[in-house]
Design a protein around this ligand. Structure first.
Ligand code: TMP
Ligand code: MG
Length: 211
């Protein structure tokens, strides 16, 4: 023991609505913690803060917010969590996040009149994920899963455009995984990729996204 704290990894799950991200994120954290790796489950939007409540009301269609303004609120909702996220990572906790800046870009860029570069700008400089697990599922399959259609954006044609936008955001740190396989097989794949990344980045600095 030399007293050096190895940092935790920032693991992001992305994908269209109802692709199973939340289930996999939860299972991943459970497995890490059970194996003795400190880990915390996060999600964006984080709906409990004041900004998060504005977002929640918009998603539940209880209020209308102009498209640029809601984009900036989603980003602000990430930025307000950064100090806590950095501290956790630096103290050695792996943070598993259900959606991140890629959702921010893909969902806004799927709307009329937005370009990807404009959409990325507010999130530039966030802690850079070490691994992005991109879960893919056909939009029709997603629509068959429970609860689809309740919230804003949960429409098959919009989700198809979101998937196209995700396609343009792919980076080296992305792993694209087929979410139509069994929960267990997908989990095993995700757990292995995550364990590898945790060891690979433990002595590396936390970089800034898109900079
Ligand atoms: P959730 O169902 O994972 O809670 O996400 C809520 C919705 O918000 C989902 O349709 C994706 C969308 N979203 C954005 O439009 N921008 C963002 O930055 C994030 C994190 C989510
Ligand atoms: Mg949802």
């Amino acid at each position: 023991m030399n007293g050096v704290v190895r940092r935790g990894a920032l693991i992001v799950l992305e994908g269209c609505d109802r692709c199973g991200k939340s289930t996999q994120a939860r299972k991943l954290v459970d497995t890490l913690v059970a194996g003795g790796t400190p880990a915390e489950l996060w999600r964006f939007p984080e709906r409990s803060s004041s900004i998060g409540q504005l977002i929640g009301s918009y998603l539940e269609k209880k209020s209308e917010v102009e498209d640029h303004a809601i984009h900036l609120l989603f980003s602000a909702n990430r930025w307000e969590s950064v100090p806590r996220m950095r501290k956790l990572l630096q103290d050695g906790t792996t943070v598993v996040v259900d959606r991140y800046a890629y959702s921010g870009v893909a969902f806004t860029a799927a709307k009329e009149g937005f370009d990807i570069e404009w959409c990325k700008q507010p999130d530039r400089g966030l802690p850079e994920p070490d691994l992005v697990l991109y879960l893919t599922i056909g939009a029709e399959d997603a629509a068959k899963r429970a609860d689809f259609g309740g919230e804003r954006y949960e429409q098959t044609d919009f989700q198809k455009r979101v998937a196209d936008m995700y396609g343009l955001l792919r980076e080296d740190r992305w792993e694209t995984l087929d979410a139509s396989q069994s929960i267990k097989d997908l989990h095993d794949q995700i757990a292995k990729l995550t364990r590898d990344i945790i060891t690979r980045v433990e002595n590396k600095p936390i970089n800034k996204l898109w900079m």
